[in-house]
Design a binder for this molecule. Structure first.
Ligand code: ZN
Length: 298
């Protein structure tokens, strides 16, 4: 600690009081929260406003399927007020590590009450000895890509926050209402964007869009087979299917290798288009994705 002359210290104290801050009480004024992926930061911030600092474990550009928490992140989690999980298999690898090194950590499961669907699988008849990158439960973890399911997650986040910080309940309630209204508006806009789309099938490398497809009456055809690259024969089947279904665009995301998406696109003389399931500007991104679908699924 640097020792300041008394007069300077008084000025510093006076200034900090004048701006509404007191020394060393930051942690009492704002909650320190941890989330798994960038879209959750968006959800949590919508409800907390400036009442929380949010740390994201899987940073933009990283792949949650292969993520391992860094030692510094484990430390950040241990000093936080709560970890808000999605409650899906994706987190299983690191959640046990985090929970065992922080027995007193408050965990808010934002996925409580979300009905999971099976992970989309490319039709295949070989034996099941390949690895499943989404854990053993075979259920689709991508619950943050459905506005309908994000409403459930927002409600759970709100309830967890009120338990942590009951003093600000009224503000959280107001913020939750605003966020739910934003989600309803987004849902309406996505439906409008997709209303004229005749061919509702799309091919995507990593099948992250299962809930989105379910909600908006689209059909997702994955390239990945059980979390791994398809064989040459499976690629050939997909090329044939794309040709018979008149599919011209193959979707990919930049957290994964795009080689097989490019191979199919070349064979069908189509193109690879990137859509990001992990963008932190959640609302805007889903709206853009619906516009991309509307422009490419013809
Ligand atoms: Zn995924």
């Amino acid at each position: 600690m640097i020792s300041l002359p008394k007069s300077l210290l008084a000025i510093a104290l006076g200034l900090s009081l004048a701006t509404g801050y007191t020394l060393n009480t930051k942690s009492e004024e704002t909650l320190d929260l941890v989330v798994s992926i960038p879209p959750q930061e968006y959800f949590v911030k919508k409800i907390t406003g400036d009442k929380a600092e949010v740390t994201v474990l899987v940073q933009p550009g990283s792949n949650p399927e292969t993520y391992e928490p860094l030692p510094q992140q484990l430390k950040d989690v241990s000093q936080s007020d709560a970890y808000i999980t999605l409650g899906v298999s994706l987190e299983r690898g690191w959640l046990s590590k985090i929970a065992s090194s922080n027995p007193n950590l408050v965990i808010i499961n934002s996925g409580e009450g979300v009905e999971l669907i099976p992970m989309a699988e490319h039709d295949h008849d070989h034996d099941h000895d390949h690895q499943h990158s989404h854990g053993e439960d075979g259920l689709d973890p991508h619950i943050w890509l459905s506005p309908r399911l994000v409403k459930i997650q927002a409600q759970n986040i709100y309830e967890g926050l009120v338990e942590l910080d009951p003093e600000n309940q009224a503000e959280y309630q107001q913020n939750l209402n605003n966020f739910l209204a934003e989600i309803d508006q987004l849902d309406t806009q996505i439906r409008e964007n997709l209303s004229g789309v005749a061919n509702r099938k799309f091919i995507v490398f990593h099948p992250a869009w299962g809930y989105f497809a379910l909600d908006y009456d689209l059909e997702q055809i994955p390239i990945e087979v059980g979390g791994v690259e398809p064989s040459a024969a499976q690629l050939g089947q997909l090329v044939n299917r794309a040709k018979t279904e008149d599919i011209r665009v193959i979707f990919a995301q930049n957290q994964f290798n795009t080689r097989s998406a490019e191979t199919i696109a070349r064979e069908i003389r189509g193109e690879v288009v990137f859509i990001d399931p992990l963008a932190s500007n959640w609302s805007e991104n889903l709206l853009e994705v619906s516009e991309t679908f509307a422009n490419t699924l013809k």
